[in-house]
Every structure is written in C-alpha cells, then in structure tokens.
Design a protein around this ligand. Structure first.
Ligand code: NAD
Ligand code: MG
Length: 386
C-alpha cells in the first residue's frame, strides 16, 4: 500500500491524480490533501477520500472547510506554507504528488525531497527556480524524483534504465498551443479565453497561457536539463500539433525512442504512481489508424520569443531561470486579469531579465531573493505600460 500526500489536489493535475487513485483502492491511500482556496472541491475530496489532514491557504479558509467537514469526516484542517511542508514530510507518507502551480510549490516539494520521499513532480517551476539545489537535496536524502510532466515522463520512459550511455539528444515535443497558425500581427489582441482554449490538453489557466506563449516548453527545457542532467545543447524542441508523441530520446546509433499515447495526464500520473509497475489509468486506447497524420515542425522563435528567452536563461545559469520564472508568473497573471497584452508577456520578461542579469542562487534564500526582485521589476514594467 502506498500512502500519499497530494499537494494541489484541487487543480487539474490533482483531480486527475485522485481519479487514478480511486481506481486502485487496494494500492493507494490518501493521507493528506491540499487545496489552497478551492474549498468546495477540497471538501468533496475530503469526504470521498477521508484524509487525515487537509491544508488550505489561511485561517479563514480553514474555518470554512472545518464547517463543511464537521459530522462527515474527522479530517484535521491546517493552513499555510508550514503545514504544506509538514504534510509533504509526514513519516507515514511515502509518496508526494507535487502539483501546486508556480513558485508556491517549491518549499513543499523541497520538504518532500529532504524527507526522502518518492516525489511525483508536476510543479516544474521548482526545478526551474532551483534545479541545482533541488537535485542535490534529492540525492542527499535518497528521495526518488519521478516526472509527471507528460514530456519528461515520456523521456524517462525512453531513457536507458541506468545512466545516459549512448544518448545523443532529448527531443521535447510541443503542441504549439492555440496560436500556432494565428497571424503574428493578430497576437497582440488575443484574449485570456482564447489563450486558455488549448487544442489538446485541459489544464490550469497559468500553464495554458504558458503553452500559448510556449514559455511552458521553455520551462520544460530547463526542467529536462536538471531531471536528466543534460546540457541545453542536447535538448531540442519539436512542434507536434497532435500531442500523440509525448517526447523522444535519440541515441548515437540513430535510434529514436518515442513514447506515445492519447493526450491525457492520467497516463504519466499512473505511470509514476505505480512505477516500476504498470496500472490502469482510465485513459482510452490510442487508435493510431483513426488519429490524424502525425506532423512535426521546427518552432518559430519570432512567433514564440518566450522559448528563446528560456533557452538564454538556462545558458546564463545561476539565478537567471528563477528571474525568468517569476517575471513570467507576474506577466501571465496580469494578462489573465486583462492588464497586459499577450505579446507584452515576452517583453516584460525580457526587460526583467535585462534589469537583473546576475542573480546568485546557491541557497534557497538567494533563490527567493531573485524571485522577489524579479516580481518587483516585472510589476514596475507592467505599471509603466498601463
Ligand atoms: P491548477 O491551477 O489547475 O491547480 C493548481 C493547484 O495549486 C490547485 O490545487 C491550487 O489550489 C493550488 N495552489 C494555487 N496557488 C497556490 C499557493 N499559492 N499555495 C498553495 N497552493 C496553491 O494547475 P495545474 O494545471 O494542475 O498545474 C499544476 C502544476 O502542474 C503546474 O506546475 C503545472 O505547470 C504542472 N503541469 C500541469 C499539467 C496539466 O495538464 N495541467 C501538465 C504538466 C505539468
Ligand atoms: Mg508538459
């Protein structure tokens, strides 16, 4: 029996995780759930899974959740970042799904690493912000890091069982998002609703905008650098609009191994939950004969400047990816609130990177200092444009 904490249970990945868990009551038990401010959904999840602990954003949210649960389940309700770190490190928990969105996911994911857990990592932002530090903590504490991001889960499945012998390149596939064919001149006026209407994947709003700008792929390149200890020069991005090939690994003998499947996050989630075994996920069989033609193209960096910014930030190293990530979070939030145009997301990130070129990142304090400085600069940039 695996005992789980699901951080970000109320989000897109969290809901898919609980869907897979519910199919295997003999294998998985939920010990703790977190849900920040989606109290209705978290209450339903607590009633369905009866976790020992549930964590929300603050004391007010905790009062509301306690009211909903009284007389239904004996779940203890806690709040705040320390509570998230605590449930990520509980002695009776062996597996932690890290599915909080954004920089807020870093501390709890790191707590799971330091407690030597099996970490199912959806929160790519934590590796972007502090990849070096995070990977050192994982190995120092004997934690196991399994990728949930569909591309990285695919690469993990295509890598040799041990080491990197014979691997030449990692090829990350990208759908190209909803604006792959939109005339570039029209991109300035696209709305949050258009940006969040992803052709293949149903995801949270932040990552949906990241997919539309392709910053998501940029963050994933940085994530791959750390997860697979592979330099930027050996990571390539290929546009593949059908999202059937989830990524590939190319070997020195010319072999290219791909992992395929329907675009449904329950496949990588089930893979990581059961690894090294395989379990049913609820995902339908892939009917290749019925699928459209599989198309592959090179990304256009004029259309997707965020992808170039991310590659540049990875090459610059140290705290620059943390600056990139924070500026992106602030810019995407402003875009979602109609305070910033779609094309200006990249401009704000570029200007923030120019303002903060050499941020250190050897300690967690330095990482959060770079994050805070970048948020400040990005907000000023957005204010100056209003
Ligand atoms: P989402 O917005 O649907 O859910 C986010 C979750 O985080 C919710 O449970 C929310 O309550 C919680 N949360 C939000 N802000 C918080 C804060 N400040 N403190 C604590 N908790 C907070 O997001 P999602 O699409 O499920 O994505 C989650 C993570 O997984 C992201 O890092 C994303 O990049 C990654 N990811 C998602 C997908 C996908 O298909 N959705 C695919 C690959 C990777
Ligand atoms: Mg992905």
């Amino acid at each position: 029996m695996r005992r789980l904490t699901v951080l970000g249970a109320t989000g897109s990945i969290g809901v898919s995780t609980l869907d897979v868990v519910a199919r295997h009551p003999d294998r998985f038990e939920i010990v703790a759930l977190s849900g920040h401010r989606q109290i209705d959904r978290l209450a339903e999840q607590c009633i369905a899974f009866a976790p020992r602990i549930a964590v929300v954003a603050d004391a007010d949210a905790a009062v509301v959740l306690r009211e909903r649960l009284t007389g239904r389940v004996p779940t203890e309700v806690m709040h705040g970042v320390e509570a998230l770190e605590m449930v990520a490190a509980l002695p009776e928990v062996d597996t932690v799904m890290a599915a909080i969105v954004g920089a807020a996911g870093l501390r709890p994911a790191l707590a799971a690493a330091r407690a030597g857990k099996r970490i199912l990592l959806a929160n790519k932002e934590s590796l972007v912000m502090s990849g070096d530090l995070f990977m050192r903590e994982v190995s120092a504490h004997g934690a196991t890091l399994l990728p949930i991001d569909s591309e990285h889960n695919a690469v993990f499945q295509c890598m040799p069982a041990k080491g990197r012998e014979g691997v030449r390149r990692i090829l990350l596939t990208a759908s190209g998002g909803p604006f792959r064919r939109t005339p570039i001149a029209d991109l300035a006026n696209v709305t949050p609703e258009q940006a969040c209407a992803h052709p293949n994947w149903d995801m949270g709003r932040k990552i949906s905008v990241d997919s539309a700008t392709m910053m998501n792929k940029g963050l994933e390149v940085i994530e791959a650098r750390w997860l697979f200890d592979t330099p930027a020069e050996r990571i390539d991005v290929v546009i593949h609009p059908q999202s059937i090939v989830h990524s590939m690994v190319e070997y020195v003998d010319g072999s290219v191994l791909a992992q395929m499947g329907n675009p449904d996050m329950r496949t990588p989630i089930a893979h990581a939950l059961a690894w090294p075994e395989r379990i049913e996920s609820g995902v339908g069989v892939l009917d290749l004969a019925a699928a459209a033609d599989l198309v592959f193209e090179r990304p256009d960096l004029d259309r997707f400047p965020c992808l170039k910014l991310a590659f540049d930030a990875l090459r610059a190293g140290a705290g620059t990816p943390a600056v990139l990530n924070a500026a992106n979070e602030v810019a995407v939030a402003a875009f979602l609130e109609h305070r910033l145009g779609f094309r200006a997301i990249a401009d704000v990130i570029a200007a923030t990177l120019d303002t903060l070129p050499d941020q250190p990142s050897s300690t967690l304090d330095e990482v959060f200092a770079a994050d805070a400085a970048a948020r400040e600069v990005a907000r000023r940039q957005i204010g100056a444009r209003a």
